[in-house]
Ligand binder design. Structure first.
Ligand code: FES
Length: 163
């Protein structure tokens, strides 16, 4: 008798999960897709948190222990950053053309923080992602889960400094 297999629902209705889900489906939703699926999740969110790791593992039928092992073994994976707040800067094509580089430079100048780093006071972690699915709003960033479009560097720095 065939085993009925129910795929787990995405951790939230954030549409970036659709990108991850589609990639996993194209790869057959099977354990060998683990590394590529983790890449897809990291490209979309900038890092891997426990929700992402568990969702990928459950979808592909890989035990959580193995997923965590793989995610911590390879240096190209970034686990949820240590800062109190997270600012993910999109460096996908549309955002890059529209000033993502200036945003990163502005954060470095004002807060002395580069991608994959956390400010000295532990407040803000900065990450990059390849496309947040909001290209019409380029340049886009996500601060603590909130998408911000047509970002002005000065306003962003002011917001982060006030956190
Ligand atoms: S390239 Fe930045 S949101 Fe798509």
């Amino acid at each position: 008798m065939p085993v009925l297999y129910h795929k787990p629902p995405p951790p939230s209705d954030d549409k970036r999960w659709k990108i991850v889900e589609t990639r996993m489906r194209r790869l057959g939703d099977r354990p060998p897709a683990l590394i590529e699926a983790l890449h897809a999740a990291q490209e979309a969110f900038g890092y891997l948190d426990t929700d992402a790791l568990n969702y990928v593992g459950d979808t592909l039928g890989v035990p959580h222990s193995r997923v965590y092992g793989v995610a911590t073994f390879y240096s190209f994976f970034t686990l949820k950053p240590s800062g109190e707040h997270t600012c993910v800067v999109c460096t996908g094509t549309a955002c890059y053309i529209n000033g993502a580089k200036d945003i990163l430079a502005g954060l470095d100048r004002a807060l002395h923080v580069k991608p994959k780093e956390t400010t000295a006071d532990g407040k803000i972690s900065v990450l990059t992602a390849r496309c947040l699915g909001a290209c019409s709003l380029a340049p886009a960033v996500i601060v603590d889960g909130d998408v911000k479009g047509k970002v002005n560097v000065g306003d962003l720095v002011a917001q982060l400094e006030a956190m």
